[in-house]
Structure formats: structure tokens, C-alpha cells
Design a protein around this ligand. Structure first.
Ligand SMILES: Nc1ncnc2c1ncn2[C@@H]1O[C@H](COP(=O)(O)OP(=O)(O)OP(=O)(O)O)[C@@H](O)[C@H]1O
Ligand SMILES: [Mg+2]
Length: 360
């Protein structure tokens, strides 16, 4: 919790299901039962088998009493096996010394270089106005760099039009209403192929296959207006997937969604990444998402790359999180308070533990 509050009211289907002080609430499993994420340090303590009580003051990690739990947390994390890192594959997308300004003399992207390998799932993070969406626009060709190069499979993409890039690099915008232009789901997903004058029977086949992958096939004749927010997100993703891109860039894919919808979308993206080998680049403000789903992150601050590293190392580096105005993970504080000397390793173990629980 960012700020102490006196009471937390949990509402479900128009009814109050709990109304109590945070210390009491955190000792129950109500939040998880209702599909709300608990603070990560609380989750870690519970996974470690600690029976936390109100007297420990769990609402505030800084002042929480962890005396009885330190050994338990240490032993639990030591017992988690962390799988070996994925073998490094070929570079698929590379930026070399990219510079861009909307107005002369006001640089927004300042000498950015990075490379992303085939099949990677990576986050791009940074404060509002850091230049993340501008970077995505440069990659998609909506704007042109003042200098520097973007390479796809080692080839400069400067000569490629927006349309040609779109066949290789799909971009899912933050505001999905900006992306939807047809009233029926099938037509919406078919749009890119229709615009490219693909034969009708081929369009039908591809759209149906894609809708099946996205779990939206039964809705193919539904009006777009009749489906939920999460389903619309899937449709915008489907309308891009249908073009069979190698890379998907998503700008804030889970903004404004509760934990259940967030998990649904993220698990879907993970599946696309694992089963189809699609490289996924996520622009996000969400530190949980970054830690849970991506092994590596690029931190952008004021148009420059501040860090390009393992997420667990970024979120447990106090200097870096302060510089980039990110929120360091509470797992960092928990690890230190429990006498664990390597908080990044602890965060890694926590994530692997959660991933293996989910996979069960
Ligand atoms: N079309 C534009 N014309 C002029 N300046 C722009 C334009 N679009 C963005 N900017 C400026 O460029 C900077 C970077 O914006 P950008 O949208 O890339 O940031 P961001 O990291 O995506 O932020 P957010 O997290 O808020 O989405 C900001 O200062 C913004 O005001
Ligand atoms: Mg943005």
C-alpha cells in the first residue's frame, strides 16, 4: 500500500463483502479470493507459510514485525529452483543511435540503441512523457527518425512504408477505441487483409483461424459494441495477429483493468509468445506486470535509456528506481529485512515460484 488508510471496503456485485482495517484484511485470503492482487511482500510471506497476524502490522512493511518469519522466508526462497535462462537467439529488432524531435531544438528521443532477440517478451518502462510511445511510433514508421537506424532481421527498415512494417511489426495502441472501425467482429479482424486485397476465401480462413487462437471465434458475427473491454482488447490483438507479424508492440495493454482481466490478457500474450514464438514488446507503467511477465526491461527516462537489464535487478536497484521514478518492488525491502543479501535473486525466486504455481 502506498499510503496508510484506516479501513478498506471490498465491494463485489454491488455488495460490501468486507469492511475492516487493512491489518485485518491482509491476514485473510479475501483479496486473492476476489481476484485482487495482494501486495507482493504479503504474497511472499504467505507462500513461505507464515501465519501473519494483525499484531505484526502487515499493512506497513517498513514497520512490520517480521521477527518470527525471517528464517521461514529464507528457507522458502532457498528451496525454489530457478530454471536456467533461455538460450540467446538471433536479434530480430535493433535500434541504433535513434534521435527524434517533434519540434526543432526539443529532442524527445536521444540516442537510443537496443536490440531485441527473436521470441523475447520484454518491457519498456518509464515515466509519463519519457518517450515510450514516440519510440513505438518510430518503429512503426508513423514518424521518421532525425538520425539513427532501425533494423529488422539486420535490414534497415527506413524504406518500408507503414503498411509494409505493419505486416511484420504489429502495434496495439493503448486506446482500443481508436483502433476499432468496423461494427462486426469478423469484419474488424479482416480489415487489414481486405485493405491488402487478399482473396476472399483466404481472408475467411485466416480470420477464422485467428479468432480461434484468440478464443473469440464464437463471437465472429457479434457487433463489436456488445463485447467486454477485455474481449475488445483481444479483437484489436486479433486484427493485428491475422497479418502474421513477427513482433507485437503493445502500448499499456492492461491499463485500467482489474487483476482478473489483467491476468487474462497477459496469459494470452504469454501464450502467443510461447506457442507461436512471437516477440512481444510491452510498454507499461505496471511494475507487477513487468516483473511477473518479462525477464528483461528497458527503462527510458527523458528520452534516454537508463537501464537495459533483468527486471528483477531493475526493480531491486534503489538508485535506478529513484532515477526513473519507478516503484521498487516490496520484495526488495522484504528480502533486506529478512537478512537476504541478494534481493534481485529473491525477486527472481518469487517470480519463478508464482509462475510454477500458475502452471500447475
Ligand atoms: N505529436 C506531438 N507533438 C509534439 N510533442 C509531442 C507529440 N507527441 C508527444 N510529444 C511529447 O513528446 C514527449 C514524449 O511523449 P510520449 O508520448 O512518447 O511519452 P510516453 O513515454 O509514451 O508517455 P506516457 O507514459 O504518458 O504515455 C512528451 O513530452 C510529449 O509531450
Ligand atoms: Mg505513451
Amino acid at each position: 500500500m502506498y499510503k496508510d488508510v484506516d479501513r478498506i471496503i471490498v465491494v463485489e456485485n454491488g455488495r460490501i463483502v468486507s469492511d475492516c482495517p487493512p491489518n485485518q484484511l491482509l491476514c485473510t485470503n479475501l483479496l486473492t479470493q476476489k481476484g485482487i492482487r495482494e501486495p507482493l511482500y504479503i504474497a511472499a510471506l504467505k507462500y513461505a507459510g507464515c501465519q501473519i497476524s494483525e499484531k505484526d502490522n502487515p499493512q506497513n512493511l517498513e514497520t512490520m514485525n517480521l521477527e518470527g518469519y525471517k528464517e521461514q522466508v529464507k528457507n522458502w526462497s532457498a528451496a525454489i529452483s530457478v530454471p536456467a535462462a533461455k538460450p540467446v537467439s538471433e536479434t530480430v529488432l535493433e535500434a541504433r543511435n535513434l534521435c527524434f524531435s517533434y519540434e526543432r531544438g526539443k529532442p524527445i528521443v536521444k540516442d537510443i540503441s537496443f536490440s531485441i532477440t527473436q521470441g523475447e517478451m520484454i518491457s519498456i518502462v518509464g515515466t509519463n512523457g519519457a518517450g515510450k510511445s514516440t519510440l513505438a511510433s518510430l518503429i512503426c514508421g508513423f514518424i521518421k527518425p532525425d538520425s539513427g537506424t532501425i533494423l529488422l532481421d539486420g535490414k534497415d527498415i527506413a524504406p518500408l512504408s507503414i503498411k509494409q512494417r505493419g505486416e511484420k511489426i504489429g502495434f496495439v495502441m493503448q486506446n482500443q477505441n481508436q483502433m476499432i472501425s468496423k461494427s462486426v467482429i469478423f469484419d474488424e479482424v479482416a480489415l487489414g487483409l481486405t485493405a491488402r486485397k487478399v482473396p476472399q476465401d483466404e481472408i475467411k480462413q485466416k480470420v477464422c483461424d485467428t479468432l480461434k487462437i484468440c478464443g473469440m471465434y464464437p463471437y465472429r458475427n457479434w457487433p463489436v459494441s456488445a463485447i467486454s473491454f477485455g474481449q475488445k482488447k483481444r479483437i484489436t490483438i486479433a486484427s493485428i495477429l491475422v497479418m502474421n507479424p513477427r513482433i507485437l508492440i503493445l502500448d499499456e495493454p492492461t491499463a485500467g483493468q482489474d487483476y482478473a482481466h489483467y491476468t487474462e490478457i497477459m496469459d494470452f500474450l504469454k501464450k502467443l509468445n510461447e506457442d507461436f514464438g512471437i516477440t512481444i514488446i510491452m510498454i507499461t507503467h505496471d511494475m507487477h506486470l513487468m516483473l511477473e511477465y518479462t525477464d528483461r526491461a528497458i527503462v527510458i527516462s527523458d528520452g534516454r535509456i537508463l537501464a537495459d537489464d533483468k527486471t528483477s535487478r531493475i526493480l531491486t536497484n534503489k538508485t535506478l528506481t529513484e532515477l526513473a521514478s519507478l516503484k521498487e518492488t516490496s520484495l526488495y525491502t522484504l528480502a533486506l529485512k529478512c537478512g537476504i543479501s541478494n534481493p534481485a535473486d529473491f525477486a527472481d525466486r518469487f517470480i519463478h515460484y508464482e509462475r510454477s504455481r500458475k502452471a500447475e
